[in-house]
Ligand binder design. Structure first.
Ligand code: BES
Ligand code: MN
Length: 450
């Protein structure tokens, strides 16, 4: 284990680069500066590109031979908020090693994963010949808030970002040592529902019974999103949903990430979801509706007899091909407008969106990825999976840059991303380095461009 790599990892993790919280904007910039300095030290020309939000780190190092293929490696340096802080066993921005795992916010999502690619290129340069491919690193600071400024950046820098393949390690690995190619991601559509009732919080005894309670009405709206079969009960929601293919069903049924594993990682009393599909099928190939937060009324100690003036729910819908996020937002708006009672007024705020992604695992690039995974993990057959999570920019890479993305994730089922005690296996830092170098080797064989 190279202690310099660990030093880099820890330095990267110590920045509290929480993109959602304005109080951390200086930390965001410092973290981006650290990354570009790191890349410059390896030999890249690297710079920070300002956006309307947090800066993007863009770096490039060309191959020794002209007309070599170009590999773009994407990742993000921003992390999710840390709350609830009291459930962390060590401080989220003081990386702590326990049994071969590093605990810190962002350890897996995405600092450990993107750093393994940086270290992979660094080791290649230190230990081998000159690079056989041009390498671009594109590392953004707004992935966890829906990448609002990245698609415009891709459009503006299309020529500079031209590439033959994109590699992203920001997805799952089905088990430690089990190489995984993710060929599909769900898309997303976010929105907030605000209900207002009386002009101010009221005494619930004096007015309760005569004035509708916005929290009750909001709960009714939220509950109307699902039917008894766990399906989303919004008209038009399933329009265009591509059915799962037979080969997917049978190959997923044999994976080590199964129902027992999901139950044991999440510690739920029993699993839940749409009838007719296995848990993995529901997560990877079916669209869903989730409430991410709901608030209204008194949240403090003890009881307060109040009839709240307002209530709010934050919702996201996970989407699959060929659903379109904006159409889904409209279906949901119509659904709520149809059933919202006249006793409260409703305001709907649309949030970020992202298209789902699906690539051919047996196409040219899919084969290249599988060959690379076999090289990096000689004794294990790669798993082909889809993911329930979203990395919306991947669909934009296809439409704006015209390039396919290879999703080669290192996030283990127990990595706790977005939760307290997020962790990254140190073994996977080295697996990521091996994957990076195997991809570079495989890309060597790509036809030269004239
Ligand atoms: N790395 C995750 C996405 C992910 C995790 C995909 C595990 C597959 C497996 C990413 O950082 C993330 O959390 N994305 C957000 C995107 C959203 C804010 C637009 C997500 O999926 O919630
Ligand atoms: Mn991520």
């Amino acid at each position: 284990m190279q202690s310099a790599h660990i030093d880099d990892f820890f330095a990267f993790l110590r920045f509290p680069s929480i993109s959602a919280q304005p109080a951390h904007s200086k930390d965001m910039r410092n973290c981006a500066e650290w990354l570009s300095t790191k890349l410059r030290n390896i030999g890249f020309s690297a710079s920070l590109c300002d956006t309307l939000g947090h800066p993007i780190v863009l770096a490039r190092l060309d191959a020794a031979t002209p007309n070599s293929p170009t590999l773009l490696i994407y990742g993000h340096y921003d992390v999710q908020p840390v709350d609830p802080l009291e459930l962390w066993e060590s401080q989220p921005f003081e990386p702590t090693v326990k049994d071969g795992f590093v605990f810190a916010r962002g350890a897996t999502d995405n600092k450990g994963q993107i750093l393994s690619h940086i270290l992979g290129v660094q080791e290649w340069i230190e230990k081998r010949d000159a690079l056989p491919v041009n390498i671009i690193f594109l590392i953004e600071g707004e992935e966890e808030v829906g990448s609002p400024n990245l698609a415009p950046f891709l459009r503006e820098h299309r020529a500079e970002l031209a590439c033959d393949a994109i590699v992203v390690s920001d997805t799952g690995m089905v088990d430690i040592g089990c190489p995984t190619l993710t060929y599909g991601l769900r898309g997303i559509a976010a929105m907030e529902i605000h209900l207002s009732g009386p002009a101010m919080d009221l005494h619930s005894g004096i007015y309760g019974g005569a004035v509708a309670n916005p929290v009750t009405e909001l709960c009714r709206l939220v509950a109307s999103l699902h039917d008894q079969q766990g399906r989303v009960a919004v008209e038009g929601f399933y329009n265009g949903v591509r059915p799962l293919q037979d080969w997917e069903r049978s190959s997923w049924a044999g994976l080590p990430f199964n129902e027992e594993k999901i139950a044991s990682v999440t510690k739920v009393p029993t699993l839940w979801g749409e009838t007719g599909y296995s848990a993995l099928e529901r997560i990877w190939s079916r669209p869903t509706a989730e409430v991410n937060g709901i608030y209204g009324g008194y949240q403090g100690d003890g009881s307060k007899t109040v009839l709240p003036a307002q209530a709010c729910a934050k919702l996201t819908f996970r989407l699959v091909p060929d659903q379109e996020p904006e159409k889904i937002q409209e279906c949901v708006r119509k659904h709520f407008e149809r059933i919202c009672p006249p006793s409260v007024s409703m305001r709907i705020e649309m949030g970020h969106t992202g298209m789902p992604y699906l690539m051919e695992p047996d196409g040219t690039l899919g084969k290249l990825a599988i060959a690379a995974l076999k090289k990096a993990f000689p004794s294990k057959e790669p798993a082909l999976v889809r993911e329930g999570g979203s990395v919306p920019i991947v669909a934009d890479f296809k439409t704006i840059l015209g390039a396919e993305t290879l999703l080669l994730g290192l996030a283990l089922p127990g990595c706790q991303i977005h939760s307290p005690n997020e962790n990254f296996s140190l073994e996977n830092l080295y697996n990521g380095i091996a994957i990076n170098q195997a991809i570079i080797e495989e890309m060597k064989t790509m036809p030269k461009k004239s």
